[in-house]
Write a protein that binds this ligand. Structure first.
Ligand code: CTP
Length: 480
C-alpha cells in the first residue's frame, strides 16, 4: 500500500496553522494524532469530522488559546473531569487532550490519569496505526513521530497494539470491537497475538455499555462489506454474546438426505449484497435480521422436508426483543426493520412466477412507502449459485418494479385512502357506528386490490350501495 507521507500541504490548512501558533504562544509541544493522521496517510477519501490533538501540557489551556485565534466565535466545550476540550470549527470537532499516562481498574473503562510524555500518550492508545503523531511545533513542524512502526503496519494493513494486546484490551475492552470495526472499515488484518488476546479477554466486554457496542456495530454495518466484521466477531466468540440470534442460524442439518442452506452465511451474503445498493443503515439491519426467525421455526417432516413456517412473523417479534436488549431505539426505525423482516418473503413469490396486477397492488398496499426498500432487500436475498435462476429472479424483480410504477399511476394504492368514507356509508344507510361499515369498507378495498373496480369514488359508491343492499340495509332519503 502506497502511503501519503508528505504532510506539508495539508498542514497549510488554517486549522493547523492556528494550532501551530497557539502551541508556540504557550510553549507546549503539540501534535495531531489518531484517525486524522491514519486516514491521511492511507489517502482515505472521507469527510473529516474530527481531528485529535495532543499536547505535552494542558489540553484545556491549548484549546482555549486556539479558540481565541479562531474566527466566528467557535464554540468550545470543556470536560474538566477528563482534562479534555472540544472546539467545533468548520463542521469539524477539534479534540484536545494533554499527554497522559493511564492506569486502569478491573471494573471500569475509566482510567486513573496522570500527566505524561508524548511517548506515554502514544503507548496508551489502541493500535500502532492510531498512535502516529505529526508535530505542529516550529522546530520540527510536520515530522511524523512513529515509535511503534505504525507506518509499516499501515503499509501491510495490520492492526497491532502498542503494548501487549492483553493489557491494551483488558484496559479498555471496547478496543476489541474497535479492532474488528477497523479491520472491516480499512480491510486490514488483526495481528494473530491480538486476535488471541481478544478471545482470551472477551469476557471483559461485560463492562462495556450496550450503546457503545451498538455504535461499533453500526460502524461495521456502514462499511462496504460488513460480513468481514461479523465473521471476525464470530471467530473470536463475541458474536454469540452480542447477537446470538445470528449464530443460531449456523449449520446445515441433514435428515433423510435432505439439507437446507446455512442461513448464517446466507445472511452475511445478503448483507454484503444490500450494501451495494443502499446506504440506509436500517435497511442494512433488516438484511442482517431478515432470517432470524428461521432458527426457532426450523422443522423437518417427511412430506414437506425442511420448513421454517411463519419465520417472518417470529423474526419480526425477535427484532423487538433484540432492539430492547441492545438498547437500540424502539421507535419507527425498529418498526421499519420489523416490517421489512415480516414482509421479506412476500415479493419472492412474485419473482418466481408470472406477476399479476393484483399481487403487485397488494404488495404496494401492504408495504406503502417502503415498497422500494422491500424490493431492494429481496433482490439482495437472491444468493442462488445457479446463474440461470439468478438472472431469472432479477429479471422478474425488474418486471415487478415496472409493474409497481404502472399500477401506482393507475390505482394509487400506496398509502391507500378509501375512496368512500365511513361517514358516507353511515349517511347513505342512516347508520350509527356498527360492524357493517367495516364490512362494506373491506369489500371496497378488496375489490380495488383485486382490480374488480378502479380506485375511484363513483365506482366505489356503486359497490357500497350494492354491498349495503346485500347486507339488508336500506338507503335513506336525505342521502347527498
Ligand atoms: N483511542 C484509543 N482507545 C479507544 C478510543 C480511542 O486508544 N477506545 C485513541 C486512538 O488513538 C484513536 C483516537 O483515540 O485514534 C481517537 O479516537 P476516535 O476518534 O474514537 O477514533 P479515530 O481513530 O479517530 O477513528 P474514527 O474517527 O474513524 O472512528
Amino acid at each position: 500500500m502506497q502511503l501519503n507521507t508528505d504532510f506539508s500541504a495539508v498542514l497549510n490548512q488554517a486549522v493547523f496553522q492556528h494550532l501551530k501558533a497557539a502551541a508556540a504562544e504557550l510553549g507546549v509541544e503539540t501534535y495531531v494524532v489518531g484517525g486524522f493522521v491514519r486516514d491521511y496517510l492511507l489517502g482515505r477519501k472521507k469527510e473529516v469530522t474530527d481531528i485529535d490533538f495532543v499536547c505535552v501540557g494542558s489540553g484545556i489551556e491549548l484549546a482555549k488559546t486556539v479558540q481565541k485565534r479562531l474566527p466566528n466565535a467557535a464554540k468550545i466545550s470543556i470536560f474538566k473531569t477528563y482534562g479534555t476540550a472540544m472546539i467545533k470549527f468548520e463542521g469539524m470537532a477539534l479534540e484536545f487532550v494533554g499527554a497522559r499516562k493511564e492506569s486502569y481498574h478491573k471494573e471500569s473503562r475509566n482510567p486513573v490519569v496522570e500527566a505524561g510524555t508524548l511517548k506515554d500518550d502514544q503507548n496508551r492508545r489502541d493500535f500502532t496505526v492510531n498512535a502516529l503523531a505529526v508535530s505542529l511545533n516550529e522546530s520540527d513542524f510536520s515530522t511524523l513521530i512513529d515509535p511503534f512502526n505504525g507506518l509499516e503496519d499501515l503499509k501491510k494493513g495490520v492492526l497491532r497494539t502498542p503494548l501487549d494486546p492483553v493489557v491494551t484490551y483488558s484496559d479498555d475492552p471496547l478496543r476489541m470491537l474497535r479492532a474488528i470495526r477497523f479491520a472491516t472499515q480499512l480491510d486490514f488484518e488483526i495481528e494473530s497475538n491480538s486476535l488471541e488476546a481478544i478471545v482470551q479477554e472477551k469476557k471483559r466486554m461485560e463492562i462495556i455499555t450496550k450503546e457503545r457496542i451498538v455504535d461499533e456495530l453500526h460502524k461495521i454495518m456502514a462499511t462496504q462489506q460488513p460480513s468481514k466484521g461479523f465473521l471476525l466477531l464470530d471467530q473470536v466468540g463475541l458474536l454469540e454474546d452480542i447477537l446470538p440470534e445470528l449464530t443460531a442460524l449456523k449449520g446445515i442439518d441433514e435428515v433423510e438426505g435432505q439439507t437446507h442452506k446455512d442461513n448464517f452465511y446466507h445472511t452475511l451474503e445478503v448483507v454484503d449484497n444490500i450494501c451495494e445498493n443502499t446506504t440506509n443503515l436500517w435497511l442494512r439491519w433488516a438484511a442482517l435480521l431478515h432470517d432470524i426467525g428461521k432458527a426457532p421455526t426450523k422443522k423437518f417432516s417427511k412430506t414437506n422436508g425442511w420448513t421454517f413456517h411463519a419465520h417472518e412473523f417470529v423474526g419480526a417479534k425477535m427484532v423487538y426483543k433484540l432492539f430492547k436488549r441492545l438498547k437500540m431505539p424502539l421507535n419507527e426505525k425498529m418498526k421499519f426493520v420489523q416490517k421489512m423482516v415480516f414482509m421479506s418473503s412476500r415479493p419472492i413469490v412474485l419473482a418466481q412466477d408470472i406477476v399479476t396486477d393484483s399481487a403487485v397492488r397488494r404488495l404496494v398496499f401492504d408495504a406503502g412507502d417502503h415498497v422500494d426498500d422491500l424490493l431492494t432487500l429481496c433482490e439482495a436475498d437472491i444468493t442462488t449459485k445457479n446463474p440461470k435462476r439468478f438472472a431469472r429472479y432479477h429479471q422478474n424483480f425488474k418486471l415487478v418494479r415496472e409493474k409497481i410504477v404502472e399500477v401506482e399511476e393507475r390505482d394509487r394504492v400506496r398509502n391507500f385512502q378509501p375512496p368512500v368514507s365511513g361517514e358516507l356509508i353511515m349517511q347513505t344507510f342512516g347508520l350509527s357506528p356498527c360492524k357493517e361499515i367495516g364490512i362494506i369498507k373491506e369489500k371496497i378495498k378488496e375489490a380495488i386490490l383485486e382490480g374488480e373496480i378502479p380506485n375511484e369514488f363513483e365506482a366505489a359508491k356503486l359497490l357500497m350501495e350494492k354491498e349495503g343492499k346485500a347486507l339488508g340495509l336500506k338507503k335513506v332519503a336525505n342521502e347527498k
